[in-house]
Ligand binder design. Structure first.
Ligand SMILES: *Cc1c(COP(=O)(O)O)cnc(C)c1O
Length: 405
């Protein structure tokens, strides 16, 4: 490799950073809106948006201002004391989501862990499940994060192999199959944890009515419906929350990623009082969870989604992009599917893995990342304009038309 600044940074990371990722060979130095720049000044259209954490676009000026202002005032109080940012942030999230209460954490995985604890405690104290017998049903091909408990109920070999022993109390059913859920429920089932659309699995959209049917089954069996909207929520699918597509009201919802517009790790579990208040003081917590800096950032990130109509833009631009992608020749493309600005381009297995297509897109100034071998995921920041999509389309069409790798 020539000794460019880009190569120097890649080599440095290879040498000193753990090798737990396999990034595309691009170094991002700066970002603004949908665009990022490398050290050589090359410009790229970001069509991953940090796995939907930067739905508001890179370095959104309003969120940046809120963060700067709060950072200069007070960053961390711990929850040993009240702070003046927690209440207003929770109020806004509660108003926008329709849930009574918000429990703030940091990473998505932590919020999933929180929801698991909440569901189990509800099971023991409200449903009357015998001590340590609570069971949570999850789906095959799920992605809920990387803690040991969570990877313990993953079905992805790479996520779990050699990381055991794992925590018991989880049962796996096929995704999209309401009958399988119904059959799996037993007297000790406390919750069904599900992604409304499976993101990491390759943007897998379940059959119409699946979530609605799951809700009915959960209600009929006194089982909590918990949706993981960490990636699907906050506008990604053209609704504020993806479960709105099926007009369901989950008992609890988990959000993260875009809750901070990518500035800072902020996640949350949302539920109504009857569920959330089963957790009492001292029973759960986090030093950084609900800190004033996180709250100021989250409040601003939510205001941007609301005030800039990013949900509406996601729906309109997503529909437009999906329609225009019909022009992609099908020689190497198996299927194109999506909802809002969350689109999967599934390559034929005979046409090789998705990675070389992502590398070819990178050469043309478009950053997308493969998921699960065969899928090119298209998920730009929700601030993307029609002009920006029109710029990207010919590149997408040409790159996907030719066999790569
Ligand atoms: C990203 C993601 C998580 C984990 O979030 P982290 O912040 O990486 O811990 C959990 N669930 C879903 C659906 C996700 O996309």
């Amino acid at each position: 490799m020539a000794t460019t600044t880009t190569n120097r940074f890649i080599e440095l990371a290879e040498k000193h950073s753990a090798h737990n990722y396999h990034p595309l060979p691009v170094v991002i130095e700066r970002g603004e809106g949908c665009w990022v720049w490398d050290p050589e000044g090359r410009k790229y259209l970001d069509m991953l948006a940090a796995y939907s954490a930067v739905n508001q676009g890179h370095c959104h000026p309003k969120i940046l201002a809120a963060m700067k202002e709060q950072a200069a005032r007070c960053t961390l109080t711990s929850r040993a004391f009240h702070n003046d940012q927690l209440g207003p942030a929770c109020e806004l999230l509660s108003e926008m989501s329709g849930y009574d209460k918000v429990l703030l954490m940091n990473s998505g995985a932590e919020a999933v862990e929180t929801a698991i604890k909440l569901a189990r405690k509800w099971g023991y104290t409200k449903k009357g499940v015998a001590k340590d017998q609570a069971e949570i049903i999850v789906c095959a091909e799920n992605f809920h994060g990387r803690t040991t408990t969570i990877v313990g109920f993953s079905t992805e070999q790479a996520y779990r192999e050699n990381f055991g022993p794992f925590s018991p109390g989880f049962k796996v059913v096929p995704y999209g199959d309401a009958g399988a859920l119904e059959r799996a429920i037993g007297p000790n089932t406390v919750a069904f944890l599900v992604e409304p659309i499976q993101g990491e699995a390759g943007i897998i959209i379940p059959p119409d009515g699946y979530l609605k049917r799951a809700e009915e089954i959960c209600r009929a069996n006194n089982v909590l419906l918990i949706v993981d909207e960490i990636q699907s929520g906050l506008g990604r699918t053209g609704k504020l929350f993806c479960h709105e597509w099926e007009r369901v009201k989950p008992d609890a919802m988990i959000v993260g990623k875009a809750l901070s517009g990518g500035f800072y790790p902020v996640s949350a579990v949302l539920a109504n009082d009857d569920l959330m208040l089963v957790i009492q003081p001292n029973e759960h917590g986090s030093t950084f969870g609900g800190n004033p800096l996180a709250c100021a950032v989250a409040r601003s990130a939510l205001e941007v989604i609301r005030d800039e109509k990013l949900v509406e833009n996601s729906q309109a631009m997503g529909e437009y992009l999906l329609k225009r992608l019909e022009e992609v020749p099908r020689d190497h493309v198996e299927e194109i599917r999506g909802r809002g600005l969350w689109i999967a381009i599934q390559m034929k297995t005979s046409s090789g893995p998705a990675r070389p297509y992502c590398e070819a897109l990178m050469e043309r100034g478009i950053l997308a990342k493969e998921t699960h071998e065969q899928v090119v995921r298209i998920a730009p920041p929700l601030v993307i304009t029609k002009d920006e999509i029109d710029w990207a389309l010919p590149h997408l069409i040409e790159v996907l038309a030719e066999k790569r790798g």
